[in-house]
Write a protein that binds this ligand. Sequence first.
Ligand SMILES: [Zn+2]
Length: 152
Amino acid sequence: MSDNWILIVPKRPKHIPSPDSAKAALDLLERSMPDADEIDIVQSEHVQFFDCGANLETITCPRCSANIDFCWWGETMSADYDEMLGFQLNEYRLPCCSTSASLNELIYAFHQAFGRFALSAMNPNIGKMSDDAVSKIEAVLDCNVSVVYQHI
Ligand SMILES: [Zn+2]
């Protein structure tokens, strides 16, 4: 038995929408994903990682598009994570082209995100969100978001 989650995360990792906006977005999701087992607001004091689970196929460099080795990525994830303060999202020199980028700038397929806030829907059974649905959530939250499709 596997589960699918849709996680909607502000593009700026430290951003937290106002409580009224968060509640309005939650109401909107509940109306647009009536089949979901569970819809929640996830909020934390520090930046956490919202992964796509088994959907992760490749990680590529945002500068030269080379594939990034999963071992390098795993080690850099550990180095960037502070037990007290969460992810720092510092810049690291990339193994491919020696330019620098934070873990949040790497290109993940499927997409993954870092943030202090997310709206999460368990088994919404809708496939992918339409651009229109994402725009509506952005309007209600008053910030740009990205969507993580997590398969566990
Ligand atoms: Zn590169």
